[in-house]
Design a protein around this ligand. Structure first.
Ligand code: FNR
Length: 392
């Protein structure tokens, strides 16, 4: 409510509180290439459109005369950790194309707002520098997973992340190659192959990758940056998928919670339980990977019914406002990852812009629950009993 109170005291926000305006305002500040990359989605955009449309199929039914001591408690317990808020910054790569301060600004804002920051393998800042910016904030590491022949590079990344205080490992399963994204193809744009090397910060600072490169090419990375960038891109987007059996390798080398990101089917969710990972993210990568898919919110209840009592089900793809977060939690998600909105904040105001977006989402969520008579974001108060389906 801090945000709301300041609004009432006529302190102007750095930019609008209207969440659906952030996208086009960010567009006015960005080059066509980078804007196309951020808003872009796969194919005809069907999956991305369905992600958004799905939220309006559910409605929150407010209850009256629910006497409470104060504002709702937004804290959650996820991956064995108690956290004050039910959102996290989704892993988003190449943040220096959004703002020169990139991940440093975003991670600092997330820490300040007590929201976990999930760092991407495709970051434009090294693991160690993101850790420094994140300070004592909660930070998790997202892996784009090299093939088994490069297990030593994977181990090196995991060791670095662990040493730098990243406590959980998110493994993204839906992006062993980038999706069919017409906006980037129209622009002839791939952020990883840019001459300023924004997408390869982790590779360029990785001792194991560097020695691989030297062995293969007979020279240092600095002597042939183009080859190094191409090599790293092939390493983390190898064009082929792992199998569920390979997860064992990660479990042996990562002491801490492992979360598989990109789950959309009940069958896969059940396999995740069998292999003993701690969590999944029901996500379709914001509709950026496969076209013609389900909305991520649409598949959430089925997956929660099948595995929700056996591992932590997290959710992303399409969250834009407080009510969206409330609906995903009511359908059984433990936490929501927010992708594009905080990136628009980064474009519009750097660290302060990311803070503004996170605080707006949380303030909006808090009042949405409060005015619906829902006392907390925990499942005993926020569950399917607060929702009706519009077409029922
Ligand atoms: C992403 N996403 C993503 N995911 C991931 O696991 N690693 C990554 O490096 C990236 N990079 C990335 C870049 C950009 C520009 C976007 C928009 C997204 C996907 C992200 O983590 C998340 O799944 C979606 O963004 C969620 O959808 P919304 O919130 O953007 O609708």
């Amino acid at each position: 409510t801090d945000v709301y109170q300041k609004g009432l005291k006529y302190q102007r926000p750095p930019f609008t509180f209207k969440p659906l305006d952030w996208e086009h305002l960010a567009g006015e500040r960005m080059s066509a290439d980078s804007y196309g990359y951020v808003i872009g989605s796969a194919g005809s955009g069907e999956t991305a459109r369905k992600n958004r449309a799905a939220f309006e199929r559910w409605s929150i039914v407010p209850r009256r005369l629910v006497k409470t001591d104060g504002f709702p408690d937004l804290s959650v317990s996820v991956l064995g950790q108690k956290l004050p808020f039910p959102i996290a910054c989704a892993p988003v790569g190449v943040q220096k194309i959004m703002n020169p301060d990139g991940e440093v600004a975003a991670a600092a804002a997330a820490a300040k707002e007590h929201v976990p920051f999930i760092m991407s393998t495709a970051s434009s800042t090294s693991i160690e520098d993101v850790a420094k910016a994140s300070g004592d904030g909660t930070r998790w590491f997202q892996l784009y997973w090299p093939l088994n022949e490069h297990n030593d590079i994977t181990i090196s990344m995991l060791d670095r992340a662990k040493k730098a205080g990243f406590t959980a490992l998110f493994v993204t399963l839906d992006t062993y190659i980038l999706g069919w994204r017409p906006s980037d193809m129209d622009n002839g744009y791939n952020p990883f192959l840019r001459s300023d090397q924004v997408g390869v910060a982790i590779g360029l600072t990785d001792p194991v990758f560097r020695s691989h490169f030297k062995q293969k090419h007979g020279k240092e990375i600095e002597e042939d940056m183009n080859a190094a960038v191409a090599e790293w891109t092939r390493t983390v987007f190898p064009g082929r998928s792992h199998s569920f059996e390979d997860v064992k390798f990660l479990q042996e080398h990562w002491k801490g919670p492992i979360v598989l990101k990109g789950i959309q089917s009940v069958e896969d969710a059940k396999t995740c339980v069998e292999i003993g990972v701690q969590g999944i993210v029901v996500s379709n990568h914001g509709g950026r990977q496969s076209d013609g898919g389900n909305s991520s919110l649409g598949v959430l209840p089925r997956i929660v019914d099948a595995v929700g009592d056996k591992l932590d089900v997290l959710f992303d793809s399409g969250i834009r406002c407080g009510a969206d977060i409330a609906k995903a939690l009511a359908l059984g998600a433990k936490m929501c990852l927010v992708g594009r909105p905080y990136i628009y904040g980064l474009v519009l105001g750097g660290e302060g812009g990311v803070s503004h977006v996170l605080k707006s989402l949380l303030g909006d969520l808090e009042l949405t629950l409060h005015l619906a008579g829902i006392r907390s974001s925990l499942p005993e108060h926020l569950n399917r009993s607060v929702l009706v389906k519009e077409d029922d």
